[in-house]
Design a protein around this ligand. Structure first.
Ligand code: VAH
Length: 313
């Protein structure tokens, strides 16, 4: 059986639904600090669970005889700047809990998400390599870089089978993102349909690595299924698909909604975005486990507007 911590979040919700479709609902235990969407709650077993509480997780792991844990609970970049110590506590102690359960052989395999936020202002910004300068300047990025180091340490020292990808900004329609710097890329579709206008909190030319959620979920499941000896990276894999700026995204939406208007009022999240790469070199993921993205900006926009827009009669 599989346990998902943070199952009600932006990634967790879709990951839970996909894993339930693949393995059968009863073998995928969803958990979070609070209840989630109706579709999630109605589709299989759920446990209220604080990912920073070791004993509580251990109880659930023993009760359901969990083999694999996907740790999707975290505080994201924008919110983490407002609550640094809460972000560090949640992001790090939840990771130590699952790494230690694996070290004690109570679970067999872990997925843990990293992020392009591990890169900093002096990292090469174009085609950022798998191994490069990493001096993150955000609380979230510091926690994710530190988490990567711990994952690799637990693998090398204790044989823990932990796997990870550095997600770009993720775009999905089933759930709203929570407190990230790339959230504009989801909000913009909702506002385009609801108001016909959107005031973007990043500058028009802020180019960032982004990915449609279906690609992110497929990458996650593919990585977890590949045989261990193919994995040359146990910190976290660079993962890419597309890069674009808010103005390029607005143009993509205008192909479908010609009257859509976008304004730009950068806020504190601009300097977070400015510290991140513009594009990612994910050749190691392609070589090790055959990663191949399927969604570009145009078919992301088609999917988002198609699913969020008025349903065709
Ligand atoms: C955030 N969506 O904005 C997350 C992600 C690369 C961005 O880590 O914090």
């Amino acid at each position: 059986p599989i346990l998902i911590l943070g199952a009600c979040g932006q990634i967790g919700t879709e990951l839970t639904m996909e894993l339930r479709a693949k393995h059968g609902a009863e073998t995928v235990i969803a958990s979070d600090i609070r209840e989630g969407s109706e579709s999630l709650m109605d589709s299989g077993p759920f446990e209220l669970l604080d990912a920073t509480n070791y004993e509580a997780i251990e109880d659930v792991v023993m009760h359901y005889e969990i083999d694999e844990v996907y740790l999707m609970a975290a505080m994201l970049s924008a919110t983490a700047e407002k609550f640094p110590m809460r972000a560090w506590n949640l992001n790090m102690n939840s990771l130590f809990n699952v790494l230690n359960l694996a070290k004690e052989r109570k679970i067999g395999k872990i997925f843990w998400p990293s992020s392009i936020a591990v890169f900093g202002p002096n990292t090469p910004t174009e085609n950022t390599p798998q191994n490069t300068i990493m001096e993150p300047s955000t609380v979230y990025g510091i926690s994710k870089l530190s988490g990567e180091r711990w994952c690799e340490y637990y693998h090398e020292k204790f044989g823990v089978d932990v796997r990870s990808v550095r997600y770009p900004g993720l775009i999905s329609w089933k759930t709203m993102p929570g407190g990230g710097t790339t959230d504009y890329a989801v909000e913009i579709y909702h506002k385009a349909l609801e108001d016909g206008t959107y005031d973007c909190f990043l500058k028009p030319n802020t180019r960032l690595p982004m990915m449609y959620m279906d690609d992110a979920i497929r990458a996650t499941i593919n990585l977890m299924e590949v045989e261990p000896k193919k994995l040359s990276i146990r910190s976290s894999y660079n993962l890419g698909s597309m890069s674009f700026s808010p103005s390029e995204m607005a143009e993509s939406i205008k192909q479908h909604l010609p009257n859509f208007e976008v304004g730009y009022t950068p806020d504190f999240r601009q300097q977070i975005a400015d510290s991140w790469p513009s594009s990612i070199d994910d050749s190691v993921a392609k070589t090790d486990w055959g990663w191949q993205p399927q969604f570009d900006l145009d078919n992301t926009t088609k999917a988002m507007l198609g699913n969020l827009g008025p349903k065709k009669e």
